[in-house]
Write a protein that binds this ligand. Structure first.
Ligand SMILES: Cc1cc2nc3c(=O)[nH]c(=O)nc-3n(C[C@H](O)[C@H](O)[C@H](O)COP(=O)(O)OP(=O)(O)OC[C@H]3O[C@@H](n4cnc5c(N)ncnc54)[C@H](O)[C@@H]3O)c2cc1C
Length: 107
């Protein structure tokens, strides 16, 4: 069983929650939008971290929020071929679980 996301430590404490992918739109090969069940208070230009439990451990990266504040969170993702996280993100379908920050960052 994976550790609770709340026990994962980074260079500063993050508060992480499990959420669900409620939609996926593929714009082109290697470019997609994921829509999450979580809503968040944020300002345009801020970002959140998305994370997955991979065989190598918990991996998270930062993604700019592409939805309107107050609406369910959306991110636009570009696949990095040799990347650690994005190939796994592109395997996800609607209904899959993902970990997200509870607080937007950046400013
Ligand atoms: C504040 C912030 C906001 C971001 N917002 C977004 C966003 O909205 N959408 C998005 O898709 N990404 C965004 N990123 C980039 C994202 O955080 C990851 O770096 C990216 O998804 C690659 O993760 P990975 O684990 O697949 O690759 P990694 O394993 O981290 O990287 C593997 C290799 O690919 C290189 N690399 C990383 N990204 C790219 C790239 N885009 N093109 C070519 N080479 C690359 C790395 O330098 C490294 O050498 C943002 C980053 C930051 C810091």
């Amino acid at each position: 069983m994976p550790p609770s996301p709340r026990t994962v430590s980074f260079n500063k404490p993050l508060s992480l929650v499990d959420t669900t992918i409620t939609g996926r739109h593929d714009w082109a090969p290697g470019l997609m939008t994921l829509k999450l069940a979580e809503r968040g208070a944020f300002r345009p230009g801020q970002f959140m971290n998305l994370g997955l439990y991979l065989p190598s451990g918990f991996v998270s990266r930062s993604y700019s929020l592409a939805s309107a504040p107050g609406e369910p969170l959306e991110v636009l993702l570009a696949r990095v071929g040799e990347g650690e996280l994005t190939p796994a993100l592109f395997e996800l379908r609607e209904g899959a679980s993902i970990v997200v920050d509870t607080k937007a960052q950046g400013f």
